[in-house]
Design a protein around this ligand. Structure first.
Ligand SMILES: [Zn+2]
Length: 88
């Protein structure tokens, strides 16, 4: 059985906060693993992105758009390398 993820396995955003409900696969079905800002039509939007770049992007969004306190941003950024996309 396919694993159910609560968070996007690329950026860590909770999938239930995704306006589109998740990214999309090549056949148009909803991705259960990645959000719509990371993953569309079966591909990553930024396939060459490094973990560091993703961490910076997430930190900027949390800081400027969501106004997350620093400690919560730190926690959110720290978990990114553990997500499926980045795990080696
Ligand atoms: Zn994402």
């Amino acid at each position: 059985m396919e694993k159910i993820y609560k968070q996007c396995q690329s950026c860590g955003m909770p999938l239930n906060k995704d306006k589109k409900g998740g990214g999309s696969e090549k056949d148009g079905t909803l991705s259960k693993k990645y959000c719509s800002s990371c993953y569309q039509n079966g591909e990553f939007k930024n396939p060459n992105m490094s973990i560091k770049e993703m961490q910076k992007l997430v930190d900027d969004i949390l800081k400027n758009e969501i106004k997350f306190p620093k400690i919560l941003r730190w926690l959110a950024v720290k978990q990114i390398p553990k997500l499926a996309r980045w795990k080696k």
